[in-house]
Design a protein. Structure first.
Length: 116
């Protein structure tokens, strides 16, 4: 089973930038898709961005043009660059992987707070 550890969350002012990282370890099957999801208080978990093993990306409508997802297969890391942050981006951000047996793995989450 894959272990995922997120880092990089914190407090940032509106309009600022933040970078989240997710370190992968363990597991034996090929990871076919990786991504970030977020959950704000009182809301359902929602898609932020995903990237397939072939490099195809998908973004949630609310973050398109502001967030960029990337992966480094050699270092087993996933990164989310977040620019032009808004208060509505405040949430716990979770790293996610889907392996070739369609098993989902989740990290413990990292808090992002956008506030002045």
């Amino acid at each position: 089973q894959v272990q995922l550890v997120e880092s990089g969350g914190g407090l940032v002012q509106p309009g600022g930038s933040l970078r989240l990282s997710c370190a992968l370890s363990g597991g034996g099957l090929r990871i076919i898709r990786m991504g970030w999801y977020r959950q704000a208080p009182g809301k359902q978990r929602e898609l932020v961005a995903t990237i397939t093993s072939g490099g195809i990306t998908e973004y949630g409508d609310s973050v398109k043009g502001r967030f960029t997802i990337s992966r480094d297969n050699a270092k087993n890391t996933l990164t989310l660059h977040m620019d032009s942050l808004k208060s509505e981006d405040t949430a716990v951000y979770y790293c996610h992987t889907l392996d070739s047996s369609f098993f989902n793995s989740w990290g413990q989450g990292t808090q992002v707070t956008v506030s002045s």
